[in-house]
Design a protein around this ligand. Structure first.
Ligand code: COA
Ligand code: MG
Length: 292
C-alpha cells in the first residue's frame, strides 16, 4: 500500500481538547480511542463526543480509525454499531483479537468498514497468519503494552522479549499485504529512546508506529520516511540497472554492490513511498520531513 502510515496517533475519545488539536498535527492517521484510554464511567459519553467530532471536524488527509471496546464488554457492540455507517470514519480497530472469529463478530455489525486488529495477546500472536488473512482486515496494530503484560516480560530498550511476537505479526501482515504499525513508546518525553525504537521498527519493516503524544509525531515521521540518501541510492540503482540492460546485461554493479531486478523493485518502492509522503505533506500544507 502506498498510502503512508508512518505516524498513527492515539487520541482518547473523551478528550475534547486533544480531538480539537489533532486537526493541526502531522500524523498520517489517528486512532480515536474508546477502549483503554477512556474510563468506564465515561464510555457512553465518549462515544457521543467522538461521533460529533467526526461529523463536525475536517481531519484532512489523516486516516480516521476508531478503536472500539471489546465485544466481551458492555460497550463493544454499541460502539461498532454507532460508527458502522459514520461517514467520518475510515476503519474500525478491534482490540485484543485472538482469532479470526473475533473479526467475524465485529464485521457482522460494522457495515462495510474495513477492520484493523490490535495484536496484543499470546493467542493473537499464535493466530497471526489466520487473522491477517481475514478478508475484511486492512491493517494490524501492535499492542506492545498488553503483550508485555500477558507475557510477564520486562521493559528492555532492545525489546528482545517482544521480538517473537513482533516478528510473527510482521510476517503475517506481509504475507497478506496488510499494513502493520508498531506499538507505542510510553516515555513520551524521551526523544532519543523514541527515535531508537522507531529506527528498530522501521528496520524490521513496519510501516509506521503508534504514538501517544503530539511531541512524538515529527520524530516518527522522519524515521519512517525514506532518507535523502535512500532516495538518492534508489535513483542511482535504477539508472545503473537500466544502463546495464541497455548493454545486454542482466545485472549491474553500483558502489561495489550487485544490483539485480529485485533491488530495482525495492528501489522503485522507496521512490513511490517518498512521492506519496511528499504528496501528503503538500496536500496537508505540512512541512516536509525526510522525504525528497
Ligand atoms: N493527541 C492529541 N493531542 C494531545 C494528545 C494526543 N494523544 N496528548 C496530549 N495532547 C495535547 C494536549 O491536549 C495539550 O494540548 P494544549 O496544550 O493545546 O492544551 C498538549 O497536547 C500537551 O499535552 P501535555 O500536557 O504534554 O500532555 P498531558 O500531560 O495532558 O497528557 C497523556 C499526557 C499521555 C495522558 C496524553 O498525551 C494522552 O492521553 N495520550 C493518549 C493516551 C492513549 O490514547 N492511550 C491509549 C493507547 S496506548
Ligand atoms: Mg491494549
Amino acid at each position: 500500500m502506498t498510502r503512508p502510515f508512518r505516524s498513527v496517533l492515539y487520541i482518547p475519545g473523551s478528550k475534547e481538547r486533544a480531538l480539537e488539536k489533532a486537526r493541526d498535527l502531522a500524523a498520517d492517521a489517528i486512532i480515536f480511542d474508546l477502549e483503554d484510554a477512556v474510563a468506564p464511567d465515561e464510555k457512553v459519553a465518549a462515544r457521543a463526543t467522538l461521533a460529533r467530532f467526526l461529523t463536525e471536524v475536517d481531519y484532512g488527509p489523516r486516516v480516521r480509525i476508531v478503536r472500539i471496546n471489546g465485544f466481551d464488554t458492555d460497550w463493544g457492540r454499541a460502539d461498532a454499531a454507532a460508527f458502522a455507517g459514520h461517514g467520518g470514519v475510515d476503519a474500525i480497530l478491534v482490540p485484543k483479537v485472538n482469532a479470526p472469529a473475533d473479526l467475524d463478530a465485529v464485521a457482522a455489525v460494522a457495515g462495510e468498514k474495513p477492520l484493523w486488529a490490535m495484536m496484543e495477546t499470546a493467542a493473537g500472536m499464535l493466530n497471526a497468519a489466520a487473522i491477517a488473512a481475514h478478508p475484511r482486515l486492512q491493517g494490524m496494530v501492535m499492542g506492545t503494552n498488553d503483550l508485555a503484560k500477558e507475557l510477564g516480560s520486562r521493559f528492555r530498550a532492545d525489546r528482545l522479549p517482544l521480538m517473537t511476537g513482533l516478528g510473527l505479526c510482521l510476517l503475517a501482515a506481509k504475507a497478506e499485504g496488510r499494513v502493520i504499525v508498531d506499538g507505542v513508546y510510553n516515555a513520551f518525553k524521551d526523544e532519543a529512546g523514541l527515535a531508537a525504537e522507531c529506527a528498530q521498527g522501521r528496520d524490521m519493516g513496519f510501516d509506521g508506529k503508534t504514538l501517544i503524544h503530539p511531541a512524538q509525531v515529527e520524530i516518527c515521521n522522519a524515521a519512517f520516511a525514506p532518507s535523502a540518501e535512500e532516495v538518492d541510492l534508489a535513483r542511482r540503482q535504477i539508472a545503473a540497472f537500466n544502463a546495464a540492460q541497455a548493454q545486454g546485461q542482466g545485472v549491474a554493479v553500483l558502489d561495489g554492490r550487485i544490483v539485480e531486478n529485485l533491488h530495482v523493485v525495492t528501489a522503485q518502492a522507496v521512490l513511490a513511498r517518498a512521492r506519496a509522503i511528499a504528496a501528503l505533506e503538500i496536500g496537508a500544507g505540512r512541512i516536509a520531513v525526510g522525504a525528497e
